[in-house]
Design a protein around this ligand. Sequence first.
Ligand code: S3P
Length: 433
Amino acid sequence: MPFAVQERLIRPARNVYGSLRLPGDKSISHRYAMLGAFAEGVSRFTNFSTGADCASTVACMEALGAKVERQGGDRVGITGVGGWVTPAEGPLDCGNSGSTMRMMSGLLAAQEGRFTLTGDASLSRRPMERIRQPLEAMGARLTLTEGHAPLIIEGGALRAIDYTTPVPSAQVKTCILLAGLQTAGATTVREAVRTRDHSELALRAFGAKLSRTVDSVSIAGPQALHAIEAAVPGDLSSAAFFLCAAALFPGSGLVLDSIGLNPTRAALLDVLTALGAHIAVLNLEEKHAELVGTVQVSAPAEGLGSTTISGAFSAQLIDELPVLAAIAPWTRGGISIRDAKELRVKESDRIALMARNLRAMGADVTECEDGLDVPGGQKLHGATIDSGGDHRIAMAFSVAALKADGETLIQGADSAAISFPEFFELLDLVAER
Ligand code: S3P
């Protein structure tokens, strides 16, 4: 299904106010579905991500022998294969989801058989060499098409490795850990930047043992996983659109309930605080070692300040950078982003699309290879936005549109359904006109 077909008109708002409960975290839902489908027993998840990406993971695991009960909306029951998948008859379609393709490859590399993984046009352009290298070092065979999907895995018994990831990536780390889970000996992944650790927490929740140091994580295989029941925390990367929208309007007030606040994901709250937004976190609790809490945000009367996002911070904020760039023109001192070259190989070249769409709205922007500079103190006007079929670009510019003069047309707005199908409905609930 091409996503760049539906348009959405966004009218400016005068304020952002209200309270919302958001759908389940995409990263955690992928991992719970994959591990639940691989484990022994029946896992049950509530507040499971409603996005198309996680549906791709569930469908692939179903094709590999897991039994799936879709209990309507955000509830899913999965009977796992107990450590042995059934080779699927046809290709495994990962849709638009890099997480599905990269993480599932690690799981399958240690399984006997031949597996073909495909994706849509966007996923078929994204780099897969980064998983081929470690998995081949472990003894699997991966055939790519010029570094991309379709991807063919010839799996079997592997050997443990000690691997340093050249690019910080939680997907690549997870890929190696899922292969290591099934491999005799200790498999270690070292990373220069601590990427999101949902896999480590989820593997432990399903009964696996892992050990970590300041810059590495190790898993000694083979280990069996056991089913769990879990409520998925709300998605902070989806919450980012609402937090940033509220940060733009003096007089705003927004409360977001049960949001995942894992410290490896929560850097956005630090950035918004540094920009001067008022953020409070209430009712903190832990669910399967994931922190969950209620986030309150309101905008500073004097407007947002300025900040530079670089180094490890850029890797940890990678999914939130589009919306931060989209609100940057209204800050007083602007936002600069560096060390974010990975944005060029996400669902789209996000640096290029952020720059092009900001310019379409009348902003002055300087683009560089690994980021961009958006000066502050600018006024934007409504425009036609090319989302490039990229969910985060479509949603980021819908937020910018709330503060622009005149209406904004978001092309490819239906791509929001990749991570957040309810986005436009919820935006209408809190955007006061
Ligand atoms: C994700 C990791 C990040 C992120 C993606 C989800 C994950 O990708 O951008 O949206 O769930 O592990 P990389 O691993 O490519 O950095």
